[in-house]
Design a protein around this ligand. Sequence first.
Ligand SMILES: [Fe+2]
Length: 287
Amino acid sequence: MTTVTFAHITDLHVGAPGMQDDHLYADTTANLRAVLADIAAMDPAPSFVVASGDLTNHGEPEAYEVLKALMAEAGLSMPVLYTLGNHDRRDGFHRVMHGRTEGLDQPVDHAAVIDGVHVILVDTSVPGRVGGHFEPGQLDRLAAELAAHPGVPKLLVMHHAPALDADHPDLEWESLSFADTELLRALLDGRRDVLGILSGHIHYDRVSHWHGIPVVVGIGQHAATDPLRLASEFRMLAGASFVVGTVRPSGLSVTFVPQPSDRRELKSAPIAALTALIRQYEAAAAE
Ligand SMILES: [Fe+2]
């Protein structure tokens, strides 16, 4: 294969126009517009763009309309492949982005081979939950997809990265669930054709070596979690980035492209308070 370049955006958190939103901390429309302009100007041009979820802040159709318009305005010449995060809504996405009228509750799972890279997107969002989970059938479909196109290197894209801290059950909401992380590990065990996993959700740039597979997380285009306070405080700063990935015969490399930032504090809360809030939200959603 030749060298392939791609762009990875995440956590766009596009808002609905005119809506009062106390959970939108930045001008995500402006941030996305700037990032898309950067991508349009890339040299070499990327072969594809992946967007790993939290495309909108609350999942309203109006927010997906804004996303669709921003994408059209950017006029990118390469395919843009989406999956969803916990802030999205499947019905809004399916209706607006693809004009679907049926199967509106289906996860946004799909795959494509582009310039010799097999890109596999798995929707780890679950309505009413903050952390990531697989639904029945998703892992089987992923296994079948992994078996397709033998010899073609594979990139997995999913909003929630595998869990790294199974000894911290309070923080399971930050990742794919511990149980599903283990199932994914078993599924990928021994494979040498998985270039990496591209994720978001935690809003800081991070590369992990997870059982031999690189897991890449970007800040995204909304706000940046302060990486200096991770243990005790959920502190959001002004900041954004996106990822430029390069696939060579030797494997994957990634470069984070920072956007202008003054690291101004946007919001702060103790991690324990945030965890309690998430539990309340999930309990209410389950009723
Ligand atoms: Fe997010």
